[in-house]
Design a protein around this ligand. Structure first.
Ligand SMILES: [Zn+2]
Length: 396
């Protein structure tokens, strides 16, 4: 978590290296935080039996979890060193807390730093991250099983295991070669974020100067190939111009695996209001990120850059996307184990039922809650598979 975040900050804002020290402190505090820190300022969320029933009967499918990078960074890529069958409070994620949180399906991020685009080992490191996820599934077979397709997700969830898919974070992992996309698909990757914190030759990042003017011809070819393969196009991290151009090209619905609403928190990583209707039109889904810096309302961040925010802010983001794009176009993409600060009452993967509780309190129906917990992203996955099947049938 820490290394990833510091690398991202160092690369995206080299002029502000001074803040790394502050972040280091904050991140260390966050890492040592117990699940429910004493110092909360907002009212606790008490999960009622009704909310619990709704939560655990739904299919919670989270869009983005960075545990694999944490295992590399903190445990030398070894589950012997960090055995997640036990609670590991220096992480946001372990098996006991995944179970308490009611996680049924997860996209595990096989993130590698944007600097690998310069060092030339982006694909190699991505394959190493994939091996970490494979080692996890092999080591804990009673808990995890890989899902190839949406139907596998449903089958695995019914069997009581956590359906696992992988997501590539940063298009530099394909090293400007379309055949690497097919290889990553073959390894089990089911989405790719077009960029990370830095712009690529073919797609622009939200947190860097534009290089591609949105998407280049190669960038459009990447999207077409993802459509053909049935790999979801993930628009988290890209610039608004890249979002719009990608939405114009893609034949399949897109996802934002971990982004929130810019109207509430004016951070370039969030989705602007003028893009949300395009996502609705496309049939896609915005999976809300929990990172405090993407969640805390703009005015509040102006007075306190390190404000944590609360679960209530996160539910405001969910409701904003529901209001602008509709209930069919919102999901959950926590970014657990990828961020140094989390809102009050959302400290780990054990806390998801509190979101269901707060949505229920605000009057959302059981059906609506089930859609946003995971029904929507499962629908998107099925639609992308259908597009892929059709494109491959035409090619035959
Ligand atoms: Zn990210």
């Amino acid at each position: 978590m820490l290394a990833k975040y510091l690398i991202e900050r160092a690369l995206s804002r080299p002029e502000r290296v001074w803040c790394l020290g502050v972040l280091l402190l904050v991140a260390q505090v966050a890492a040592d935080e117990p699940e429910t820190p004493a110092a909360t300022t907002s009212p606790a969320v008490i999960v009622t039996p009704e909310a619990e029933e709704i939560h655990f009967s739904g299919l919670l499918f989270d869009g983005h979890n960075d545990l694999p990078w944490e295992i590399r960074d903190k445990a030398n890529s070894s589950f012997d060193r960090l055995d997640i069958s036990q609670e590991q409070l220096q992480l946001h994620t372990d098996i006991p807390r995944l179970r308490r949180g009611g996680v049924k399906a997860q996209f595990w991020s096989v993130y590698v730093p944007a600097s690998t685009a310069e060092t030339g080992d982006a694909l190699l490191q991505t394959l190493q991250q994939i091996n970490i996820v494979k080692a996890m599934v092999a080591r804990y077979p009673e808990t995890f099983e890989f899902a190839d397709r949406a139907a596998d997700v449903e089958r695995i969830v019914k069997s009581g295991k956590i359906a696992s898919m992988m997501g590539v974070e940063g298009g530099y992992s394909i090293e400007e070669d379309l055949s690497n996309l097919e290889r990553l698909y073959g390894e089990g990757c089911r989405y790719m974020t077009l960029t990370h914190s830095k712009s690529l030759s073919w797609a622009d990042s939200a947190t860097d100067e534009p290089r591609a003017g949105g998407l280049t011809e190669f960038g459009r070819a990447v999207i077409q190939e993802m459509n053909r393969l049935g790999m979801l196009v993930d628009l988290s991290h890209v610039s608004p111009e890249t979002m719009k151009q990608a939405l114009a090209v893609t034949k399949a619905p897109v996802i934002y695996s971990h982004s929130s609403a810019r109207a509430i928190c004016d951070h370039p990583r969030n989705v602007p209001d003028d893009v949300l209707p395009l996502v609705a039109e496309n049939g896609g889904v915005v999976m809300i990120n929990f990172f405090s810096a993407f969640v805390v309302p703009t005015e509040q961040l102006k007075t306190n850059k390190l404000a944590r925010g609360t679960i209530y802010d996160v539910v405001d983001h969910i409701e904003h996307v529901v209001k602008v794009a509709g209930i069919d176009h919102v999901g959950i993409g926590s970014d657990f184990d990828g961020v140094p600060r989390l809102p009050e009452h959302l400290e780990s993967v054990a806390t998801y039922p509190r979101i269901t509780q707060e949505l229920l309190r605000r009057g959302h129906s059981r059906e609506a809650i089930h859609k946003l917990l995971g029904g929507n992203v499962l629908r998107v996955l099925k639609a992308a598979e259908q597009v892929s099947d059709e494109l491959q049938a035409v090619a035959r």
